[in-house]
Design a protein around this ligand. Structure first.
Ligand SMILES: Cc1cc2nc3c(=O)[nH]c(=O)nc-3n(C[C@H](O)[C@H](O)[C@H](O)COP(=O)(O)OP(=O)(O)OC[C@H]3O[C@@H](n4cnc5c(N)ncnc54)[C@H](O)[C@@H]3O)c2cc1C
Length: 468
């Protein structure tokens, strides 16, 4: 049996694994990806990059490649079918990019290859063992020894199962079907191009839903339909073409489907790994968390996990092992924001959209009783969301360098001043730095009740020190 060595083995060449691998290489980390499929499928579940992920790709100089492959710029998203405008968000990218998951994977793999990395396809991780010095990864044809292993192997993660980490949550009660269809003409209730999620998701007034999103080719649409509360007896069996024709006719007739390109079912299960790390083995992306895909966030979260974990692993390999302790579900016992909000998203969209009680667009209001956890104006998918009076951490997106100066990840010092001209002390904010001043209620004062920013993460986040 062949034996290989690497600093880090990544299991799974989905968006999370490829992003992580591409993050590790610039930091000098020898990363190898093992992928069980012998070739890419070209199929796409996800269709979008949210604003924060556009920022993350921008940091790495990859946004132009995503833009070249994108087929839409979407100015409005939604929360439980209530439209959310990105206008006014504190970001250089106040939009979702419409881009198929397959294209995101292709550009990340291309980047990894340019950096000298290789995806070992047709190699399925089937076993692992670890000790204090490293991890032994087993596939039917290979043994790889490495210092860290990251399971980016999807919702049914073999790595997570081998670690015996509980995947806590709910199986869900509803279902959805996704079908890419070519239609004979643009249906009356559908858009010709994808610029907004407004009106894209229809509700039957109870728990049924359907949506039609225009894709890259004329008359090619992503049809989604299902029921958030009731699963049919056929839930476990493959979707039939008859089901798709019937759902389309009920919602979008008299237009009709000429061709069905892909079909699959999905569930509203919502689960979170009890731990993201066991010794030298970590989990990221769907391997660590799954939820109903309403709002388009799973791929986005995986890319974000990878951007977070990449520099931490690089730091750990350079002697800063402690930083890996911070790689848990955003440090929050109840999991990442998306897991906390996928239920409200689903629950509130059970009402006839858009009749959710809080239907304002941004900015959110401190007087709103639903802010920030369920207010549609709050963005659960974007940790870089608009600053909110009840949000403890102000917008980290403000720290993003421009694409002209992408910040490569590297061994991270434990604390880096936010700017060279700014060295705030606890309870103070630096007059010299306009970014800090923007967060200071007194604007020009050196004494400020806001906590000081004292760390810039290589993935473009501020950390704000607690005032004790
Ligand atoms: C219908 C639908 C629509 C969606 N739409 C969106 C959207 O619009 N926006 C969004 O952000 N998200 C969306 N998602 C979610 C998104 O597709 C997932 O969150 C995303 O694919 C997760 O990426 P990942 O890399 O973590 O896992 P995956 O994409 O599942 O990749 C895992 C990889 O690991 C490989 N693998 C598995 N086991 C092994 C093993 N033992 N050894 C080696 N390799 C292995 C697999 O072959 C695969 O290539 C949608 C999901 C669904 C179901």
């Amino acid at each position: 049996m062949n034996e290989l060595h690497a600093d880090v083995v990544v299991a799974g060449a989905g968006p999370t694994g490829l992003m992580l691998a591409a993050e590790l290489r610039p930091a000098g980390v020898d990363a190898v990806v093992v992928e069980r499929l012998s070739e890419r499928t070209g199929l796409s579940k996800a269709l979008n990059l949210q604003p924060r992920r556009a920022e993350v790709l921008d940091l790495r100089g990859l946004l132009p490649r995503a833009e070249e492959r994108a087929f839409a710029t979407v100015q409005e998203g939604h929360f439980a079918a209530v439209p959310i405008s990105y206008a006014g968000w504190d970001t250089r990218h106040p939009y979702q990019l419409g881009i198929p998951q397959a294209q995101v994977e292709e550009l990340l793999e291309e980047r990894f290859a340019e950096l000298g990395g290789k995806v070992l396809r047709g190699h399925e991780l089937v076993g692992l063992s670890q000790d204090a010095a490293g991890v032994r990864v087993v596939t039917p044809e290979l043994v790889l020894s490495c210092r860290y292993l990251v399971g980016c192997d999807g919702g049914r993660s073999t790595v997570r199962k081998l670690l015996d980490v509980p995947f806590e949550g709910e199986n869900g009660t509803g279902y959805g079907v996704v079908a890419d269809v070519v239609v004979d003409h643009v249906p009356d209730r559908a858009a010709g191009t994808w610029t907004s999620m407004r009106g894209m998701v229809q509700s039957d007034g109870a728990t049924g839903f359907c949506g039609l999103i225009p894709l890259a080719e004329p008359l090619l649409y992503r049809l989604t339909f299902g029921d958030r509360a009731r699963r049919p007896a056929t839930f476990g069996s493959p979707v039939t073409e008859a089901e798709v024709h019937a759902a389309f006719a009920a919602n979008y007739g008299p237009a009709s489907i000429k061709e069905i390109r892909r079909l699959s079912r999905f569930s509203d299960a919502s689960r979170l790994a009890a731990r993201y790390r066991v010794g030298r083995v970590l989990l990221a992306g769907d391997a660590a968390h799954i939820h109903f895909p309403a709002g388009g966030q799973g791929l986005n979260l995986g890319v974000q996990d990878a951007a977070n974990l990449g520099w931490k692993l690089a730091a750990a390999l350079n002697g800063f092992d402690d930083v890996l302790d911070t790689y848990e579900p955003n440090g929050a016992p109840s999991g990442p924001p998306c897991s906390r909000t996928s239920r409200p998203r689903t629950a509130s969209s059970r009402k006839a959209a858009p009749a959710a009680p809080c239907a304002r667009s941004s900015p959110p209001s401190p007087s709103c009783p639903r802010c920030p956890t369920t207010c549609p104006a709050w963005s659960p998918g974007s940790p870089s969301a608009i600053p909110h009076p009840r949000t403890p951490i102000p917008s980290p997106a403000r720290a993003s360098p421009t694409s002209a100066s992408p910040a490569a990840p590297g061994p991270a010092p434990s604390s880096t001043p936010a700017t060279t001209s700014c060295s705030p002390r606890r309870g103070q904010i630096c007059r010299a730095c306009p970014r800090f001043r923007a967060h200071c209620p007194q604007r020009t004062s050196q004494r400020c009740r806001s906590p000081p920013a004292a760390l810039v993460r290589p993935d473009g986040h501020f950390a704000w020190l607690p005032v004790t």
